[in-house]
Design a protein around this ligand. Sequence first.
Ligand code: PEP
Ligand code: MN
Length: 332
Amino acid sequence: MIVIIRQNAKQEQVDKLREFLGKLGLTIHLSQGENSTIMGLVGDTTRVDPDLIASLDAVEDVRRIQEPYKNANRKFHPADTVVDCGGVKIGGGLFQIIAGPCSVENEEQIITVARAVKAAGATLLRGGAFKPRTSPYAFQGLHGEGLRLLKLARQETGMPIVTEIMDASHLPLFEDVDVIQVGARNMQNFELLKELGKLDKPILLKRGLANTIQELLMSAEYIMAGGNEKVILCERGIRTYETATRNTLDLSAVPVLHEKTHLPVIVDPSHATGVSRLVKPMALAAAACGADGLMIEVHNDPKHALCDGPQSLTPAEFADLTRRVKAVREII
Ligand code: PEP
Ligand code: MN
């Protein structure tokens, strides 16, 4: 971190600043030029608030050189992290497809879809039991019963299950879940992230609707700071001024995240586009730009789905998608 000192700062103010920064456990390198004076702060600056330092009398400006996240940072962990999701490994060249309905609706639906997506090449089964719906009158999920049905589908197909948690108080219900999903709306629910940091279980962390890549990494850092290093990141589209798609899929986030972090990065083109016919082209693009996996919504009867039908693929469409994704991956 670099602190630029005001030109007219008094020596007494500069001394006080040095003392303040010294107390933070940082080594200070002072460089006094003819026109400007700068202080280079060396040490762990992850706990330093640059805005606070910038507000001090003697300070003109503060520039961060090192990212404020450490555990998620590739600089401190150059090798790709591989996350074991109930026996299915993701990251470091191991590509996985998570598929299933937006929400678990009944036994026949989840078993039918689970069998179909497995036959088409999916390796993990998704399905929401707790649904974050915009309207309180929309289907909210089957809760505990939904989790029971998901586990039944796991038993039938052997596929590990991925499902969303919305509140830390529900954690006892998620004990036997293979991967816990944190949805876009909860990406910055820091108390929830801290609780998930205490677990020894993979967490699929989705990017918030209006969050930057750095904020996504800081949320991953919350989980990792608690000791849980099994984090998978998911780009699922962000809110922009565009209305033709539900969200705007920020595919550049994939290579950017691969540069900044060692964690696996997957893409969800279903929530990103909101339109089933756009899911396949964006899934292919995600595979081409280096994603470690995909999350795809599939329903046996999309027109009658209780949630996200318009973006759900039929099993046949999903089978076509997986064939083409495989072909893209062979080329790249
Ligand atoms: C979901 O995966 O069903 C979901 C609600 O996704 P998101 O949090 O990305 O909207
Ligand atoms: Mn959905």
